[in-house]
Design a binder for this molecule. Sequence first.
Ligand code: ADP
Ligand code: MG
Length: 389
Amino acid sequence: MSAAGTEALGAEFVTRYGREAAVVCAAPGRVNLIGEYTDLNEGFVLPIAIPQVTHTLAAPRPDRVLRVASLDRRDDPAISIDLDRPEAPVAGWAAYPAAVARALDDAGHRVAGADVLVSSEVPTGAGLSSSAALECAVALALCALSGVELAPMAIAEIAQRAENRYVGVPCGIMDQAASMCAIADHALLLDTRTLAIRQLPFDVHGAGLGLLVVDTRVKHALGDSAYGDRRTACARAAAALGVGALRDVEVGEVAAALEEIAAKAGEEVMRRARHVLSEQARVLQTAELLDAGQIAEIGQVLIAGHASLRDDFEVSCAELDLVVKAAVASGALGARMTGAGFGGSAIVLAAATRLSEIAQEIAARFSAAGYGAPLCFSASASAGARRER
Ligand code: ADP
Ligand code: MG
């Protein structure tokens, strides 16, 4: 955000709470380059942070009340949460900050009361993880006010636990880890079993390329139940093999494993597992290419990943398929849906000079198909969460 933007936010804080903010924190949203649904199977993922962040401004209070307001919920009054009554239900979006405070408390970090103002550039519900950005920005602010010093991954784990336990969303660790641990011009290779990370060079602009994020602005109702179904299918596949998670299948064992899954759990479960196992290989292949500085070459891997999500895992939708088809037809190096699917966003990798034409082509095809206009923006791998003041 520009200096003027941060200043305006500061003024808004004073208007709402009658004093200056003591800390300003920012946490970005993310897109996953490759590694979709591998985190459900304790595998690898490869996200980047996007430039859009959620800001939190905060000032300490002498009591144990957490007051939260969001400029993105302008009509909502500030909501007061009593930190000494963690079981009291909190309605609406304030459930996220309340959950973060509670999860910090669970981890032994008792935070002081605070007044918090939230303002976000991350589109919500678009698969770009506005929820993790919100959690991480709130966690950073509360920690800063209370003098709690935690490593980025420790905050990510607390934020994930907050969302799992107290908001009730069974998300993996990827979103929070990306928001907390990403660095600019790098992709984050994350082992979701061990939480080991490796920063891989991903300077798209330096390579003469660009990355387009296309928010289809649709969210199909099927998405909610499908997530649970896919989780169950993956668990059944692992059980058929007698392993803890599909992550445990070695590269050389994949063909035999798929046969065994088909025989014991049926064709559909086999196809779900085939996506996970092939996607796992694609993450590692992409990591190798990035290590070798071959960014353009990951395009084909992204395209193969999309086909697998569409045909084997069956979590794409007509709008996401159209983004990929239109992008590839107009010269993109690669494209795929990103996030859980059934709507949300896709990514497109292309030569920098082709980006705006590709975006126009996608918009034209959406219009011709009678779909609403998608939201396209160009993104580069951006910095992770930080305290700005
Ligand atoms: P995603 O993480 O893909 O954007 P989610 O459904 O997981 O979608 O999270 C979106 C929810 O997070 C919103 O419905 C809202 O409750 C909360 N949220 C995210 N950002 C903000 C914000 N800036 N202000 C208020 N609530 C927010
Ligand atoms: Mg989310």
